[in-house]
Design a protein around this ligand. Structure first.
Ligand code: ZN
Length: 392
């Protein structure tokens, strides 16, 4: 891995730093400044001139079905695994993989193998242990020991509540899982949180509120996702955020007139609500299928979540007049803080060189993951073994 000089980058760290140069080496940001560096020829430093384009931290996607999700409409509805370029071309440089409805034909071994495969290809990848169901699918027999002993497992999820696909966990069952995650987080410095899938059910976040009332667990342990899928659920999530939980918005497609908020609408509502600006994250549900059910619980049609939904949500927010530095933390700094990934989610000397340069439309012009170029001038220059694209 050689050194890389990025010139004339308009940096949003997420805070704006103006137009600067950055020196990258050993996978980290070594220097940020405005001086013209005279680098010795022998280093063979690669140079990218961004000509004033915006440079942001690589996005952190906290909810990705890296193995492929699905399976709700027969075995053929199991979504295939995602290649690395599906993330890098979308500006995503860190993913948290997970299992969903299908935590029986797929399991933690498959999940971890996918996570380690993505790491070999240059992405930063971690996973939630478990899946929709209770008791959670684990590798070592318990959530606590999975998190304590397996480096890539940083929390538990997506345990499903208020959904017909859920195990319908009781309060005590939920508390046990949350406390296992919390204690493992204390022991290891990992996130140690319970990432909760919220379904369409009218019970909404009731179980989480009861868990907070019935226990000493800090609100940060509960991280509900898909909270924008119903407008009333989103209002519940806003009040949970004021109590100290971080809520996760999903960037799924929303139809006109649907009882749901698009990710852009939800984030705007969040930021305008006065809830703490750092307690909101946005994830893509990439690789997950987005099934629609009829009243009997049968699938009527199916879509697949795409990591590209994050950058397009960010671009939509900016086109609607939201300053980039206001929208950006939900995709970068906020998940880094919640997930306890201190070298991710911001641009500073010493942090991992995960960087995305945006073109004038807000698409990824250049993507650097761990100091290595994956997208250059809008073109994929590095991809996965089976993607049939350049392999760098
Ligand atoms: Zn889900």
């Amino acid at each position: 891995m050689g050194s890389l000089l990025i010139r004339n980058a308009r940096v949003f760290a997420p805070d704006p730093l103006g137009v600067v140069h950055l020196l990258i080496g050993g996978g980290r940001i070594l220097w940020i400044g405005t001086d013209d560096l005279a680098l010795p020829h022998v280093l063979g430093t690669d140079v990218i001139d961004l000509e004033g384009r915006r440079l942001i931290p690589g996005l952190i996607d906290g909810h990705v079905h890296v193995t492929g999700g699905g399976g709700e409409a027969g075995f053929r509805s199991r979504v295939p695994p995602l290649g690395i370029s599906r993330f890098t071309r979308a500006g995503v440089t860190t993913v948290i993989g997970l299992l969903g409805t299908d935590d029986v034909a797929r399991g933690p071994r498959d999940l971890l193998a996918s996570v380690y495969g993505l790491r070999e290809e240059g992405l930063s990848a971690y996973a939630w242990t478990g899946g929709y169901h209770v008791p959670p699918a684990t590798l070592t027999g318990s959530v606590r020991s999975d998190l304590v002993f397996i480096e890539a497992l940083i929390g538990v999820g997506e345990i499903a509540i208020s959904d017909h696909r859920s195990s319908q966990p009781t309060l005590d069952e939920l508390l046990r899982i949350a406390s296992d995650a919390h204690v493992a987080g204390l022991m290891t410095g990992k996130a140690g949180i319970l990432h909760l899938h919220l379904g369409d059910g009218v019970r909404g976040l009731d179980l989480v509120r009861r868990a907070l009332e019935a226990s000493e667990l800090p609100p940060r342990v509960f991280h509900p996702t898909h909270v924008n899928r119903r407008k009333a659920l989103f209002d519940e999530a806003l009040s949970l955020a004021t109590r100290g939980s971080t809520i996760d918005i999903t960037a799924f497609p929303v139809d006109e007139g649907e009882d749901a908020w698009s990710a852009a609408d939800a984030l705007l509502r969040y930021l305008d609500s006065g809830a703490p600006a750092n307690r909101v994250t946005i994830s893509s549900d990439a690789g997950g299928c987005l099934p629609c059910f009829d009243g009997d619980g049968h699938v009527t049609h199916m879509d697949v979540g795409d990591a590209g939904a994050l950058l397009s949500t960010l671009a939509e927010l900016v086109s609607r007049g939201v300053p980039l530095e206001r929208a950006l933390p939900a995709f970068t700094a906020n998940p880094a803080t919640l997930l306890r990934l201190p070298r991710k989610g911001h641009i500073a000397v010493g942090v991992d060189a995960d960087l995305v340069a945006l073109d004038e439309h807000g698409a990824a012009h250049d993507v650097i993951a761990g100091g290595v170029s994956h997208v250059r001038g809008g073109r994929i220059v590095r991809s996965g073994m089976f993607e049939g694209l350049p392999q760098g």
